[in-house]
Design a protein around this ligand. Structure first.
Ligand SMILES: NC(=O)c1ccc[n+]([C@@H]2O[C@H](COP(=O)([O-])OP(=O)(O)OC[C@H]3O[C@@H](n4cnc5c(N)ncnc54)[C@H](O)[C@@H]3O)[C@@H](O)[C@H]2O)c1
Length: 250
């Protein structure tokens, strides 16, 4: 059991990559709290975990609302006692070239992806400090390192902000034994990938740019997060874990 008795919050844990992260952590002994705006998906994932013997609860969370984070932290502490892992996974995208992105879309992407990550981090640091440390894992993207031609500029900019916010958090809170790392998935088969692309030819083009010749699975990302959540990575902070089949190595 690689994360036995850790208590982990996963934002956007109801479906996709977040659900795989939640299940992977629970299968290795963590008690997990899913925070998501999608209540049905969040409840369903939590139920699947408890039915297979894990410990998991769902709490409704809009990552852009500081009061929701306060409620999530309170409920987690009253249910499981403490928090020592936070996975800032919730994210959205907006399609389009720079001239096509609306001001509203730009702001919404920044709100959810960047402000959501900031508010989650801010809400959990006092809890982690109180138990002698913790691990914060921010799901950025390969787009923060090298965007694809058709990747939305708003999305890439938001993921770049998460990348550097991660390093800033890492150096500010190392003194409290709180580690903070970013994960950079390449294209992963989820609803987001399908929504973000138009048609099979665009997907085929994306796949052709991956040296390993396939899209990632949500589980591929879950395994990386498991390592960063566990004490196996106790000397790892401020780092970037790229899980992209080699796409950004080219
Ligand atoms: N799928 C990919 O190819 C890919 C690649 C790189 C990075 N990522 C990142 O991985 C993360 C997960 O993406 P995914 O592919 O699983 O997408 P997804 O759309 O399947 O899941 C995103 C989750 O975030 C939740 N969410 C959205 N807005 C929220 C809000 N305001 N408050 C709380 N929860 C909210 C959604 O309800 C959903 O459960 C995202 O941060 C995404 O940017 C995905």
């Amino acid at each position: 059991m690689r994360v036995l008795n850790k208590v982990a919050l996963v934002s956007g844990g109801g479906r996709g990559i977040g659900a795989a992260i939640t299940k992977t952590l629970a299968s290795e002994g963590a008690k997990v709290v899913i925070g998501d705006v999608l209540e049905d998906a969040g409840q369903k994932t939590a139920r699947e975990i408890t039915q297979s013997g894990g410990e998991c609860i769902f709490v409704r969370l809009d990552v852009t609302k500081e009061s929701d984070w306060a409620t999530l932290v309170d409920k987690t502490v009253s249910h499981f006692g403490y928090i020592n892992v936070l996975v800032n996974n919730a994210g959205i995208t907006a399609r389009g070239l720079v001239e096509e992105i609306t001001e509203e879309d730009w702001s919404r992407v920044m709100e959810v992806n960047v402000k959501g990550c900031f508010l989650g981090t801010k809400a959990c640091i006092p809890q982690m400090r109180a138990v002698g440390g913790g691990s914060i894992i921010n799901i950025s993207s390969g787009a923060a390192i090298a965007p694809q031609p058709n990747t939305s500029g708003a999305y890439s900019a938001s993921k770049g902000a998460i990348r550097i916010f991660t390093k800033s958090t890492a150096i500010q809170y190392a003194v409290d034994n709180i580690r903070c790392n970013s994960v950079h998935p390449g294209p992963v088969e989820t609803d987001m990938l399908n929504l973000d692309r138009q048609g099979d030819s665009e997907l085929a083009e994306m796949k052709a740019r991956v040296p390993l010749g396939r899209f990632g699975s949500p589980q591929d990302i879950g395994y990386g997060v498991l390592y960063l959540a566990s004490d196996e990575s106790s000397f790892v902070t401020g780092s970037e874990l790229v899980i992209d089949g080699g796409r950004t190595a080219q």
